[in-house]
Design a protein around this ligand. Structure first.
Ligand code: FB9
Length: 493
């Protein structure tokens, strides 16, 4: 069965030229289908020449279509009159009664008999020809030969017809005319080249306007987008990333190495997740461990220590790290063990776990962001200067500080900023200078100071992406489309 395209080509081969409107009539197809077949023919090359034309055509309005369906108003009124007549008012109260009555009277189809005292409408002639409806049917069939200008004006006035502009094409044979639509090749193959068969084939033109297919790809979670922004800021400030791929840590590195006493409430099970298997670690740098035990129990380096019996068993307990400062401790210990001290700038961004009360903004885990700088004779001013620069790159400038306490830093400060978007002061992090009781047992020189500050990843992400509940951002109830739809993160913009 020849396709419409092939039938059109055949018709053109037998007729010098033809319009798409004519073809629609000949093949009894909708004009738009003929246009589609023409577009398909044109993808095979210059088989036909298609000159665009446009004409004004007469078409029916919605009212006109109803006339064709139900008859004109005057015909409906005429047909509503019973043999013995009908009260004129009653007749005129029918739908379109007034206009129908008036037209039927002026057409001489009906009369009004007042002899009984009441105006009674009656048929004047036994039958009518609804010429208005007949003419509208001819117009709907594009047959306007009998439609005079005065009829056209009358129908326009009654809003039964409207002028339409129709766009169509005049088709003629083109330079590559053929009646068979040879299959268009889409790939030039090794076979075609080696046999030379490509010379007798037709190839589909490149459609350079075609949109590329968006590659199916994964999407980054907002937290990971913000992590990338933080990582970029640290890297451009000359920081190196610490290896944080060890979620399970010993209490020794998580607490003791940081001079956090073994009775500290943070070390209780209600704040920390301890591991049941393997419950303990026994591998430690024993020389260093002995110094840690000594500084906790009896002090040293000018400190009086905490004066308690430090227990190895407490330090051996395994846990989910409560902060990435445990990793900072390991890195600083390694630095202290090197033959020669050299200044370093480290950072980390990774998960930490705390057995705390959950609420709308706190889960039992979060990502800690931490920066650490070790150099000779650093001061609190240097610390303020560094994290001021860091936060400025996040678009945060108006900072305030408040004295705070951390077991491993002295002095310590909480950091606040006035967030214009939220219209209030918010806490944005914590900071401090690591204590000598932490650094000197590691073997770091006495005049080396180590500055550090920390914040979370979740809080800035929630603010940036407008989440009030952390469970809309992380956890099993997250709408995965949130991940796909979340916009790119630009923190300083
Ligand atoms: O991130 C926090 N707030 C924050 C940070 C950035 C931010 O950017 C927005 C675009 C404007 C907005 C808010 N906070 C720290 C402050 C609070 O959210 C606080 O309620 C929650 N804190 C976490 C700990 O909560 C148990 C955030 C987390 C935190 C706190 C302290 C440290 C790290 C993370 C630290 C440290 C530290 C100190 C000294 C030496 C080494 C590390």
């Amino acid at each position: 069965m020849a396709s419409l395209s092939e039938k059109i080509l055949q018709y053109i081969s037998e007729n010098d030229e033809v319009t798409t409107l004519k073809l629609a009539t000949v093949f009894k197809e909708d004009h738009q289908k003929v246009i589609g077949a023409l577009k398909s023919i044109q993808t095979y090359g210059d088989l036909v020449i298609a000159d665009p034309l446009s004409d004004k055509t007469l078409g029916l309005t919605e009212e006109g279509v109803l006339f064709v369906k139900n008859g004109s108003h005057e015909a409906v009124i005429y047909n509503a009159i019973p043999e013995d007549g009908i009260n004129q008012k009653e007749l005129m109260n029918l739908p379109n009664g007034k206009i129908g009555f008036s037209k039927a009277m002026s057409s001489g189809w009906i009369l009004v008999d007042k002899s009984s005292g009441q105006p009674i409408a009656k048929k004047k002639i036994p039958e009518i020809i609804d010429t208005v409806r007949d003419h509208l049917i001819q117009i709907s069939q594009n047959n306007c030969s009998e439609i005079t200008d005065s009829l056209k004006q009358e129908f326009k006035k009654r809003k039964l017809v409207q002028e339409n502009t129709i766009k169509y094409y005049l088709l003629k044979r083109g330079p590559e005319f053929t009646t068979t639509l040879a299959k268009l090749e889409t790939d030039l193959t090794w076979e075609m080249l080696s046999t030379g068969s490509w010379k007798n084939l037709k190839f589909k033109d490149y459609n350079l306007d075609a949109l590329g297919v968006p590659p199916e790809s994964g999407y980054l979670h907002p937290l990971l987008k913000v992590r990338s922004e933080f990582r970029q800021i640290f890297l451009e400030m000359g920081f190196s990333e610490m290896p944080t791929n060890k979620y399970i840590e010993s209490s020794f590195w998580n607490f003791d190495a940081l001079f956090q006493p073994q009775q500290h409430p943070a070390r209780d099970a209600h704040d920390t997740f301890f591991i049941s298997d393997p419950q303990i670690t026994t591998k430690f740098p024993m020389d260093y461990l002995k110094k840690v035990k000594e500084v906790h129990s009896n002090g040293g380096y000018g400190s009086i220590g905490y004066r308690y019996d430090w227990e190895l068993s407490e330090a051996q307990k395994n846990l989910l790290r409560t902060h990435t400062t445990a990793v900072s401790a390991r890195m600083l210990y390694n630095l202290g063990q090197e033959k020669e001290f050299h200044p370093v700038k480290f950072f980390s961004i990774d998960r930490v776990f705390r057995n705390e009360t959950l609420d709308a903004t706190h889960l039992a885990e979060f990502h800690q962001v931490e920066g650490v700088i070790a150099d000779y004779n650093l001061t609190l001013g240097d610390l303020i200067g560094v994290f001021t620069e860091f936060f400025k790159k996040l678009g945060i400038t108006e900072l305030e500080f408040k004295p705070a306490y951390n077991p491993y830093t002295e002095p310590s400060m909480e950091i606040f900023c006035f967030h214009k978007g939220l219209g209030k002061w918010i806490e944005i992090g914590n900071s401090g200078i690591f204590r000598p009781e932490m650094l000197l047992p590691m073997g770091l020189p006495e005049d080396v100071r180590v500055l550090a500050w920390g914040l979370s990843l979740e809080r800035p992400t929630m603010i940036k992406y407008g989440y009030n509940n952390i469970r809309d951002l992380v956890g099993p109830k997250v709408d995965l489309m949130m991940v796909q739809n979340s916009p790119i993160c630009r923190l300083d913009k």
